[in-house]
Design a protein around this ligand. Structure first.
Ligand code: IPM
Ligand code: MN
Length: 358
């Protein structure tokens, strides 16, 4: 019998629903072509629901989400909601409560896509960032003292557990081995200043490294990596880093791979439910115009299929993305693609080669 996957779909805010629609089109086409089925359940979590009902992530919804095979997320962030409320209450809450302890972010330049890096091409920009996703400065530890007074104090602490760093590092070594590219794992930190947090990370890194003699190891400070990602991106294969540094360097990574229109990521819990998303935001100014680039969301669906073990379906989507970005789109930027959001989805579906119903 054909396999069936239960997918929770969280279109979210802004352009999220528009890009998720196209990602689902690609998913259905790839499923049809390779012979599995999906059962999708939509959830209206996000800014609109919060503004109407005050609910962000009800406990029973969270419990339901635990039971899916995977989650596909559009975007979180609403112009009428104060920054931090939805980000922390929904996106980070999902990552934390579902213990999605790795944020996997490929930085891959496809042929035909323009990079701002002079003299660099697809052979140079081919790395993956493994970002710790449940700890660090994101843990929310800290608080105010004497808030609102001239003597106000704000403390925001970085939480780093040996268990948390180690499981992320081990995932990165495994991933690097499976990827079988340069077989090089780079730890990105700041051991010269953050002498507690990254001391722990560095010890964990080199301890785990002993189990992976086939993987070359390297260490680079976060400020320096921003330099080398621009100057010599070809040095990198897999990079492992903490939550905040991973957040920052993957936006830099997204730019060198062609922009937020193409960058996708997976929030991974290897033993639980994982969630896949385009890494760009909700783009309020493009909302509802059918001009946003859906490729990042389609790439998120591709990552989801890889994670589920549907490798041929994932490869079909990846090849379709490559064709669209190299031969059709004028640019990856919203409104400049030469096609509408839904037309880009149609092209991807065409290249996947499934027989459409209409
Ligand atoms: C990302 C985003 C989030 C983060 C925000 C929206 C909370 O920037 O997924 O990279 O900082 O992790
Ligand atoms: Mn970010």
């Amino acid at each position: 019998m054909a396999k069936n996957y239960r997918i929770a779909v969280l279109p979210g805010d802004g352009t999220g629903p528009e890009v998720v629609r196209e990602a689902l089109k690609a998913l259905d086409a790839a499923a049809q072509k390779t012979g599995f089925t999906t059962e999708k359940t939509h959830y209206d979590l996000g800014g609109e629901r919060y503004l109407k009902t005050g609910e962000i992530l009800p406990e029973e919804t969270l419990e339901e989400l635990r039971k899916f095979d995977a989650i596909l997320l559009g975007a979180i962030g609403h112009p009428d909601v104060k920054p931090g409320i939805l980000e922390k209450g929904l996106l980070l809450e999902l990552r934390f409560k579902l213990d999605q302890y790795v944020n996997l972010r490929p930085v891959i330049l496809y042929p035909g896509v323009e990079t701002p890096l002079k003299d660099k091409g697809p052979e140079d920009i081919q790395f993956v960032v493994v970002r710790e996703n449940t700890e660090g400065l994101y843990a929310g530890a800290g608080g105010f003292l004497r808030k609102g007074t001239p003597h106000e104090v704000a403390v925001q602490e970085s939480i780093n557990t040996r268990m948390g760093a180690e499981r992320c590092i081990r995932f990165a070594f495994d991933y690097c081995r499976k990827r079988n590219y340069r077989k090089k794992l780079t730890l990105c930190g700041k051991t010269n200043v953050l002498t507690y947090a990254f001391d722990l990370w560095q010890r964990a890194f080199y301890d785990v490294a002993k189990e992976y003699p086939d993987i070359e190891t390297d260490y680079v400070h976060v400020d320096a990596i921003c330099m080398w990602m621009i100057k010599n991106p070809e040095w990198f294969d897999v990079i492992v880093t903490d939550n905040l540094f991973g957040d920052i360097i993957t936006d830099l990574g997204a730019m060198i791979q062609g922009g937020l229109g193409i960058a996708a990521g997976g929030n991974i819990n290897p033993g639980g439910v994982s969630m896949f998303e385009p890494i760009g935001g909700s783009a309020p100014k493009y909302t509802g115009k059918n001009i946003i680039n859906p490729v990042a969301a389609i790439a998120a669906a591709q990552m989801m299929l890889e994670h589920l073990g549907e490798t041929s379906a994932a490869a079909l989507i990846e090849n379709a993305i490559k064709k669209v970005v190299s031969s059709d789109l004028k640019s990856l930027s919203a409104g400049q693609m030469g096609y509408s959001t839904s037309e880009v989805g149609d092209l991807v579906v065409k290249y996947i080669g499934a027989v459409t119903r209409d």
